[in-house]
Design a protein around this ligand. Sequence first.
Ligand code: SF4
Length: 154
Amino acid sequence: MEYINLDMSDKEHHYEYIVSACLCGEKTRYDGKISISEKVKNLVDEGKAIMVCPEVDGGLNVPRLPCEIKGGRVLNVESEDMTDYFVDGAIKTLETAQKYGIKKAILKEKSPSCGSRLIYDGTFSKTLIPGEGITARLLRLNDIEVISDEEFEA
Ligand code: SF4
């Protein structure tokens, strides 16, 4: 699974935002489905945003088993510990932000990587709790403002 960003490194770029790739029509979600936001996709089309998918960048495939955070670890629905993939993807996302000097991110709510206000509670029962995903947390710890797609749409 790959998604393609235009490489504008040889031109002047104006990326203001990191955005979740699945919000732009890329089939990076665990279930291979799309969660498109036309408003977010427009930012990419206008060259103002660069897409990331921390889970794919961290080495996970599409489709993959659903994962949730429990006790500070990321477990899939078969209780396998997937934390290292999520941390790896978060670090790669931070590196992308730092490479382009980006200070804002618009990420998909409820994801164990991208969730910024709400995540699932680790019981795989569709129960949401206040919290943030691994990537959202790492970006915030590095002074990058993170908002959710829902806040951006509002
Ligand atoms: Fe979308 Fe983030 Fe999940 Fe990737 S990790 S599919 S960008 S919500």
